[in-house]
Design a protein around this ligand. Sequence first.
Ligand SMILES: Cc1cc2nc3c(=O)[nH]c(=O)nc-3n(C[C@H](O)[C@H](O)[C@H](O)COP(=O)(O)OP(=O)(O)OC[C@H]3O[C@@H](n4cnc5c(N)ncnc54)[C@H](O)[C@@H]3O)c2cc1C
Length: 375
Amino acid sequence: MNKTTIIGAGIGGLTLGVALKQQGFKVKIFESAKKIKVVGAGIILGCNAMQVFRNLGLAKKVAEKGNLIERMSITDQKLKNLSSISLEYFVDKYKIANYAIHRADLHKILLGEFDEGEVIFGKKLIDIDIVERKLNFEDGTDESFQLLVGADGVQSIVRKSIFGAQEIRKAGQICWRGVVEHPMPEEHINEFRESWGKGARIGHGRINNQLIYWFGLINSVQAPEMHEDDDLESLFNAFDPFLNEMIAKTDKSNLHIGEMTDLKLLKYWYKDRICLIGDAAHAMTPNMGQGAGQAIEDAFALANQLSDAKGDYLVAFPEYQKYRKKKVDKIVKTSWSIGNMAQMENKFLIGVRNIFMKMIPTFVSRNALKETFKI
Ligand SMILES: Cc1cc2nc3c(=O)[nH]c(=O)nc-3n(C[C@H](O)[C@H](O)[C@H](O)COP(=O)(O)OP(=O)(O)OC[C@H]3O[C@@H](n4cnc5c(N)ncnc54)[C@H](O)[C@@H]3O)c2cc1C
């Protein structure tokens, strides 16, 4: 079997590595970071991601380290429900549940599937000699490749090397993420709630037996660095005291701040022997909690196509794109629209939005999720 080289040991690159190894491929992953430095944050793994992990034999480990999510709710800023959906229907349909987990735990689980020398840290790709099939790294070394997959995130060097610079759209929103030990009322332990206010929102849910993961967003066109000294308690003081206490208790030295962006839709996710997955191919705003889920689905689909085509990339890469792109493009667009709706500032429109949210019948929310969770 061919050797596949992957750039980036994020969730997408590692899942692809695991899936390819299980199909008998040799893999080598190059990661720029000296060691995995995962932000102090959680992640929701929808039952689409969990179906892939079940197929890779990892679902049990994720379930053991994470927290079961049985319900997703949108509330107003005072935690009054606007819309809430039980995920039981999908558990019945796909025979697997949704989980939230600490990002560090997920990375540990994925890294545990590799042998010595398969994931190489401290190797930052700086450019690719496509004709000679050579990767040049920042440390002056180079490596040849047969098949190359760019799993190197939204600022992908692999993507830039094959397609040139692409537009990264800024949503005009700044997001803080943190984890904290904070008592969660029993009835909300298996629920992930997002609370929409005026030009701001807070999401929160348990990610294991101790920790709550939360994120808070405000509208701002300033760079994240300009917000480093912001007083979060006053920024979010219109929200329910439970949410404010949770933020106040969080160790601020472990907070992660970033701006919300996505990538203008690409026409192709591959060129010759080089293919893209995850955020490198289709970074999306996180409003549907699906960026990693889609990277995980990409990884599984690409490994299956390469295996079916016995490593023939001329067959596998177009088939992979055909299988995945329509679904992903829709999620990118829907995520962007949800972000705009969630961050409204006009009081009248917020009132209309909240009434509308309360009127959405369960079957409508369920149908929207049905497509997302189908792999
Ligand atoms: C606030 C927020 C909340 C989110 N919540 C969720 C959620 O609940 N559920 C969900 O499914 N998704 C969520 N996402 C999205 C999710 O985090 C991303 O979509 C996902 O991490 C993408 O994975 P990836 O492997 O494609 O890219 P990345 O995670 O960006 O990984 C890329 C890797 O490549 C490495 N790299 C980059 N450049 C180079 C180079 N030149 N050479 C070598 N290595 C390189 C990086 O160091 C990194 O390790 C959220 C995102 C945000 C911003």
